[in-house]
Write a protein that binds this ligand. Structure first.
Ligand code: ATP
Length: 682
């Protein structure tokens, strides 16, 4: 299997290891000294120019921006142009602390009191660097940790996988453009609904003209109608695009699976492959498409709402916005933990599904050994494991929800206090406050949705990577050739063939330097004790595996030079346990043949002495064989498999203990009609 995209990056030497902690601390100290020099320079300048303040809050923000640029250049010079993340973080905190603190001071001051600007006392000057260093140390030591570099690689990897996933939407570009246009129209209408609601409320308080009241109601009705119409259209187009993507991806994955060598299916059991094909493809398409939709919708809506909210009250907007970074940090931590748990849940679910399939599929064996209780216990244990992981995930989720709600509640209380002050000072009308609150809930929902989309998309990365690893898998077998001669004699030669099953140890070959020749038109029997390699010879002839050494020649040409379809038509196999597919007898008999006439099928059935029992069946050749041929006896299943081989008119027929359960007449008939049968297990 190919390596995961981006996995080569894990071999990169982390920057941190090349620079010691001592060096980092020294660089941090230099940055702090330079910051102190810049701050002292500002105050000295203000004193010399005899300025009473530094230009109010805009001045504080402007100085912070200039300081950021200077400190960043200084940090780059110290680190050969590549400052560590921790140093960049230190610079950012040093520059942001003062303006954020001053903005908060301006917000919580009583409206009657004028804003005085920052004061140059020693305590305030020291507080900035000390809190910045503390914040960086806590972040590095307890929140970020050594896993950060690996995390960066994972994120890069995730981004690459998501970009690749988005490329699969290319054939639906037209649908997507239409969906996003309608989405933006829906969002614009949505964003203006609370504003018009507030306007209508303000009009209810005064004595407005009938016409202007009707006009306001009309505007509200119009945006509401637009919102409903465009939202419906958006949903419809997105779902349609998603269905098309799912179909494409499933087809592609199924096609890739069909190309794989037999050993791949021995390594990956059918339950897991089926789950990848159905649940995982569905999940990855749904997550990426719906999250892209939600992300764009929420982002556009948030920007529009933010603009309207700033217009209503910038003070309340700033308070609303404080909630965001806090929630983002918590969400980030939660994603890291929940992602791991989600993967564990998926693995447990896949195992349980597999176990149930195995037990139900083998119910006859289970019953005949009276092993129901054992199997119930096994399944119960598997369910307990799943339950334990789910409980852990639920506990983490509850703790996260609790903390998130407490933070929101605290901010809401501060907002109410500020709103009261603004209304009493006449800076805010009641209608505007109602509008603001009508915006606030959807705004925070939008932000939550953006964060949720991010975490949900990240948690699907594991699933996407597994599906892509199957899509990228290069089958480990030789490409088929083009040889398809009209005349084929059917002589087979094994020349010094050595073969070890891929899953077996290398020193345990199933065949070792085997040489044999099968002459055309003659019956050859392979006889040997159990495990001596008779079935292996047949599997190699059918190219289910490739020998590691030696050659198998058909009419003097290596098998892989023959065209796939041709080879399997000329060399038909009836295996030990023939597999039939759900459907009619006829469907199973002409399986894999494009234009097979009924006459051919009947002729083959007659040759195998089976037409009598088929005609006796209720619907003759159209009789349903049940799931995997379960409605037929084992002998009849073998008969159908023999007819399936004969209908191909093969030059060589391989009977791998294929007539063990059929009547002597059938056995005789088969050996008579087969041009060159190779019979094993006689
Ligand atoms: N899919 C497989 N993976 C690994 N080893 C295998 C596999 N199939 C068979 N073997 C091993 O290869 C050897 C030859 O097996 P094979 O089935 O060819 O023997 P056989 O002569 O047909 O036996 P029997 O008469 O019991 O059917 C055995 O040791 C068997 O355990």
């Amino acid at each position: 299997m190919r390596t995961r995209p981006g996995s080569e990056e894990h071999t990169m030497q982390p920057v941190r290891s090349t620079r010691t902690m001592g060096e980092l601390a020294a660089r941090g100290l230099f940055i702090l000294i330079f910051d102190a020099v810049l701050s002292a320079g500002l105050w000295a300048g203000l004193v010399l120019l005899k300025c009473s303040g530094c230009g109010g809050l805009p001045g504080v923000w402007a100085f912070a921006a200039v300081k950021w640029a200077f400190l960043h250049v200084f940090a780059s010079t110290l680190t050969d142009g590549k400052p560590e993340v921790v140093l960049r973080r230190l610079v950012a905190i040093l520059c942001l602390l003062s303006p954020v603190f001053e903005s908060g001071r301006l917000l919580v001051r009583p409206p009657s009191q004028p804003y005085t600007g920052p004061s140059p006392d020693l305590g305030t000057l020291l507080l900035g660097p000390v809190s910045a260093v503390l914040a960086c140390v806590v972040w590095e030591k307890y929140l970020c940790g050594d896993s950060k570099l690996a995390g960066d690689d994972d994120k890069r990897n995730a981004r690459r996988l998501l970009v690749r996933m988005l490329k699969y939407f290319k054939p639906d570009t037209f649908y997507l453009i239409a969906a996003f246009c309608v989405l933006i129209l829906a969002v614009i209408c949505d964003a203006f609904i609370p504003l018009y609601q507030g306007k209508v409320i303000d009009m209810l308080r005064g004595q407005p003209l009938q016409t202007s009241f009707g006009y306001a109601i009309g505007q509200l009705a119009l945006v509401s109608l637009g919102s409903s119409l465009f939202s419906g259209l958006r949903g419809g187009i997105f779902m349609c695009t998603l269905a098309r993507l799912n179909k494409r991806l499933k087809h592609l994955l199924f096609h890739t699976l069909m190309q794989q060598e037999v050993h791949f299916f021995e390594e990956n059991n059918p339950g897991r492959l089926s789950s990848r094909l159905h649940s995982d493809v569905d999940r990855m398409g749904r997550t990426v498409a719906l999250n892209a939709n939600a992300l764009v919708r929420s982002s556009v809506k948030s920007c529009l709402m933010l603009a309207v909210m700033l217009g209503l009250s910038w003070e309340l907007t700033v308070l609303t916005c404080i909630e965001m970074p806090l929630l983002a940090i918590m969400q980030n931590k939660y994603i890291a933990v929940s992602q791991e748990l989600k993967e564990q849940i998926q693995d447990c679910q896949a195992r349980n599904k597999e176990l149930a399939l195995q037990i139900i599929g083998g119910i006859r064996t289970v019953r005949s050994f009276r092993a129901e209780k054992d199997e119930m216990r096994r399944y119960n244990e598997a369910l307990d494991q799943l339950c334990a992981v789910k409980t852990r995930a639920d506990i983490y989720s509850s703790i996260f929800t609790l903390i998130r709600r407490l933070v929101s509640l605290g901010i809401k209380v501060v907002m109410l206090v500020q709103a009261r002050a603004l209304i009493s000072s006449g800076h805010l009308s009641l209608g505007s406050l109602v509008s603001f609150f009508l915006y606030q809930k959807p705004m925070s929902n939008n932000l939550k949705e953006i964060m949720y989309c991010f975490s949900e998309t990240m948690s699907t990365v594991g699933v996407i990577s597994k599906v892509f690893s199957y899509l990228d898998r290069v089958p480990k077998w030789k490409n088929e050739g083009q040889l398809a001669p009209e005349e084929l004699e059917g002589s087979i030669v094994f020349q010094n063939v050595t073969f070890t099953y891929p899953s077996a140890p290398e020193d345990k070959p199933a065949l070792k330097s085997v040489s044999l020749a099968l002459r055309p038109g003659k019956m050859t029997a392979l006889v040997g004790p159990s495990g001596s390699g008779k079935t292996t010879c047949v599997s190699l002839l059918k190219r289910l595996y490739e020998p590691q050494e030696g050659h198998i020649l058909l009419d003097g040409e290596p098998l892989h030079r023959y065209e796939h379809q041709y080879l399997h038509q000329k060399m038909a196999l009836v295996s030990q346990n023939p597999v039939l597919f759900s459907g009619s007898l006829r469907y199973n008999m002409e399986y894999g043949l494009k234009d097979c006439s009924m006459e051919k099928v009947e002729e083959a059935a007659k040759k195998a002495n089976a037409d009598k029992f088929i005609c006796e069946m209720e619907n003759g050749y159209d009789t349903d064989v049940g799931e995997c041929g379960g409605a037929l006896s084992e002998g009849r299943r073998q008969c159908v498999a023999i007819i399936r081989a004969l209908v191909r008119e093969p030059r060589v027929i391989l009977l791998d203990e294929a007539t063990s359960r059929v009547d002597v007449e059938v056995q005789h008939a088969v050996s008579e009609v087969s041009p060159a049968p190779l019979i094993t297990h006689i």
